[in-house]
Ligand binder design. Structure first.
Ligand SMILES: Cc1cc2nc3c(=O)[nH]c(=O)nc-3n(C[C@H](O)[C@H](O)[C@H](O)COP(=O)(O)OP(=O)(O)OC[C@H]3O[C@@H](n4cnc5c(N)ncnc54)[C@H](O)[C@@H]3O)c2cc1C
Ligand code: SF4
Length: 520
């Protein structure tokens, strides 16, 4: 089978979906290729046991690390990509993140474009993904040309109390910007017509009500309903990209679908498979003209992989915590350093309420092993859950690649000091704020071994830049070596900062879409 399109977009996550929906009104023939299917709507979607412990929606893949140890990456292959299970925390990188920043573990490099180039697209991305937030609360929030399109998601009483206590000790907590289809009454309850009902399954679960602003709900479904010039093919795995004899143009998109091999062509091809899978696709597409992988004359494809240093900490409190929707607060006071540590630490945000099966499914610390029947329900009821995120730094040897046909992800720690000190500060803050607690490390959210399979915030495997010897993409995210190949996921990131990556992915995809529109 052979069919020609104006544009092919590979991958329907936030990057590919945002780009496609921006270009759909051009009327050009657009083909979206997605290896996964629609995520099933099933009662299991709100089962902690099924989603977190059994990992029913996680890709069944086995990768290998540098020491030969195998692991399952936390990847989700569905229409909408990983945003089907994401937490919807949609923050802008800080203005300084675009500049060179010195960390305890080394240098976070400057981006070749500054914040001003992305600002209009951040505003558009916030509009598109229904971000709820409050300008002026986060002291490090960069300047913005528009207000948030929706009011912040209200804190429940325990979180409002935490907010007040943190302010009392001089911190600046803020409402976490969230992509969510929620309308609240003046008393904070969801309105009768609100799609989201503020349940406890926001973070890491697919939403049964389509109340989360994910790429399927926000981009794919409305686009397909309004534009018959766009075709979405599901269960369509792109195995490789071929080029013309000059090696300068992609002239074949090889697809495996329903057991058959198909070839599609397009004037322009956009790869948005997620930073890890995009690099793998380029590496699989090695040819005579591109012996080390497509667009890989620099040798940089797959390298400089970043994914944040992350930790979920559960603070066990004497008082019960009856909060249902807990993910509403964050603070950035230690983002670029603290009074007792001169280097950047990172961001603290709340995460979804712990459920008993999640805690039960985790490896408990040694000191709790003696408990014959650990009181998991009680632990869940008395816990407050924090998501800590610190910046890791690009390193050429941190890379994804193939070895004898198997996928290898090599990772050495860069800048681990930041997360260590951020944990220490959280402990100190909770004590100073008058919240007696025991802090337990939780790891299930992103898999048991965060170092290996914590691929949720994948970035940086094909960074953009002006020098083709040191970067894979130019400033428009077009491959230096190909005229018609663009990337539209987080692979272009030269550094990752310490905020969640997806708003930046969406903003950049909209920027790249505008560049492509000029050519279509
Ligand atoms: C549990 C969890 C919670 C998260 N929470 C947050 C959060 O709160 N805030 C935030 O900013 N980010 C969060 N993230 C990260 C966020 O989901 C990702 O940053 C985002 O989804 C990346 O978008 P993307 O389009 O680059 O890639 P993806 O979402 O990974 O989409 C890529 C798509 O490409 C498809 N694909 C891959 N290879 C091929 C191929 N060869 N052929 C065809 N199709 C292919 C995949 O199936 C997938 O649908 C979270 C992630 C997880 C897993
Ligand atoms: S909190 Fe809202 S968006 Fe999240 S799972 Fe519940 S209903 Fe869906």
């Amino acid at each position: 089978m052979h069919d020609h399109y104006d544009l092919i977009v590979i991958g329907s996550g936030p990057g590919g979906a945002a780009l496609a929906q921006r270009l759909a009104p051009t009327g050009k023939r657009i083909l979206m290729l997605e290896r996964g299917d629609y995520l099933p709507r099933s009662e299991k979607n709100w089962s902690s046991q099924s989603v977190f412990v059994d990992g029913i929606y996680q890709a069944k893949e086995t990768w290998t690390n540098a020491t030969g140890k195998t692991f399952s990456p936390a990847l989700h292959y569905f229409v909408g990509g990983n945003s089907k299970v994401y937490g919807g925390a949609l923050l802008r990188l800080r203005e300084r993140d675009f500049e060179e920043v010195m960390h305890a573990g080394g240098v976070s490099p400057a981006w070749p474009l500054g914040y001003a180039a992305f600002e209009p697209y951040y505003s558009q991305a916030e509009q598109l993904f229904h971000v709820h937030g409050q300008r002026g609360e986060d002291p490090l929030e960069p300047w913005a040309s528009t207000p948030y399109p929706h009011p912040p998601v209200r804190h429940e009483p325990k979180i409002a109390q935490l907010d007040a206590d943190l302010r009392r000790i001089g911190l600046h907590p803020f409402h976490l910007p969230l992509g969510i289809l929620l309308d609240e009454n003046p008393d904070g309850t969801p309105t009768a017509g609100s799609i989201c009902m503020r349940c406890s399954f926001f973070d890491g679960f697919p939403c049964l009500l389509n109340g989360k602003a994910d790429a399927q709900v926000i981009c794919i479904d409305p686009m397909l309903a309004a534009h018959d010039n766009v075709t979405l093919m599901t269960k369509a795995y792109v195995s490789r990209l071929g080029t013309d004899p000059s090696g300068r143009r992609v002239n074949a998109v090889h697809v495996t679908r329903g057991g058959a091999q198909e070839i599609y062509t397009a004037d322009i091809v956009v790869v948005a498979c997620g930073a890890l899978s995009s690099a793998l696709l380029l590496l699989r597409s090695a040819s005579e003209q591109h012996p080390d992988g497509l667009a890989n004359g620099s040798g940089q494809v797959g390298r400089n992989y970043m994914r944040h240093h992350m930790s979920v900490l559960m603070a066990l409190m004497p008082e019960p915590n009856d909060t249902v929707f807990q993910k509403t607060l964050a603070f950035s006071d230690f983002y670029f350093g603290s009074d007792d540590w001169p280097h950047p630490l990172g961001l603290v945000q709340m995460c979804a309420t712990s459920h008993a099966p999640q805690i039960r499914g985790e490896v408990l610390p040694k000191w709790l092993e003696w408990l014959p029947r650990a009181p998991f329900e009680q632990m869940a009821r008395h816990s407050m859950d924090f998501w800590l995120q610190a910046e890791d730094l690009p390193h050429p040897d941190n890379r994804i690649h193939y070895k004898e046909g198997a996928v290898h992800l090599d990772l050495q720690e860069t800048n681990p000091q930041a997360l260590h000190h951020l944990k220490r500060k959280l402990k100190q803050v909770l004590t100073d704020a008058g919240h007696p607690h025991v802090l337990l490390k939780r790891s299930l959210y992103f898999g048991k071994d965060i170092l290996l399979d914590g691929t949720a915030h994948q970035a940086g495997t094909a960074r953009f830049g002006t020098d083709p010897a040191k970067s894979v993409l130019d400033l428009d995210c077009r491959a230096h070596e190909l005229d018609n190949l663009y990337l539209a996921d987080a692979s272009f990131f030269p550094s990752i900062g310490a905020v969640n990556p997806t708003l930046t992915i969406i903003a950049n995809a909209l920027r790249v879409a505008d560049k492509i529109k000029e050519r279509l």
